[in-house]
Ligand binder design. Structure first.
Ligand SMILES: [Zn+2]
Length: 226
């Protein structure tokens, strides 16, 4: 993998973690909303009980039958309200239990995804370090090689590198420049085959080299006119 592809790889691996964390946050929010409703309902029940208690205490103040009937009705209504509120509280408690269970599940899922991402991140960081070590090594090798190259040749090489987007030395294979596909003149190809002087492609100016067939990989042997 290329080093510059690593951040994208990591962020694509992070997607399931982000989803899990978002699901966990949303579950936590709905859980907290339920807890708030439960607290409100408990306060309401407390108030209804207080109201019922006061209402019963006022029974002695009732003066006649009509007032007594109205008073009884009020007590009955208060009891009904209390019963309704208690039912709602019960169902809220059930919902909270279910929500607690789901919250735990979502949290465990997010934690699992986090562990996975951490492992991927560690792997990728290891890969980056490995690549950096390799690059350092290659640069040192290059430095040694360059110090052995004749100065004029090195200037030629770096100029071609700049003008040919990084590819300065190419194979002359089957009399064709592998850099620009130019058909190399026969006399020039003979010179290249001799491998004892620097020959540049007349078209792309890249330095050409010849590789004897026995040095070629088996699948490229004889290729060209098939
Ligand atoms: Zn060429």
């Amino acid at each position: 993998m290329r080093i510059d592809a690593i951040p994208a790889t990591l962020s694509s691996r992070e997607a399931p973690l982000k989803n899990a964390e978002a699901a966990c946050t949303s579950q936590r929010q709905s859980h907290e909303a339920l807890e708030k409703k439960k607290k409100d309902k408990e306060i309401e029940i407390e108030e209804l009980r207080e109201k019922a208690k006061k209402l019963k205490q006022r029974s002695s103040e009732v003066k006649n039958n009509k007032e007594y009937q109205a008073h009884l009705k009020e007590i009955e209504k208060g009891e009904e309200d209390l019963k309704t509120a208690e039912d709602v509280l019960l169902s809220l408690m059930e919902s909270l239990e279910e929500s607690s269970r789901r919250l735990k599940e979502e949290a465990a899922r997010a934690a699992g995804e986090k562990t996975k991402v951490e492992a991927v991140r560690k792997d990728l960081e290891g890969e980056v370090q490995q690549r950096e070590r390799e690059l350092k090594e290659l640069k040192e090798q290059r430095k040694k090689l360059v110090s052995r190259i004749e100065e004029g040749l090195y200037v030629l090489y770096t100029n071609i590198m700049k003008s040919s987007r990084g590819l300065a030395v190419v194979e002359a294979k089957n009399e064709i420049c592998q850099g620009c596909n130019l058909h190399i003149p026969p006399q020039m190809f003979v010179e290249i085959k001799a491998n004892d002087e620097i020959v540049e492609c007349p078209q792309c100016r890249r330095i050409l080299y010849y590789m004897r067939p026995e040095e070629e990989a088996p699948h490229t042997a004889g290729a060209g006119n098939a």
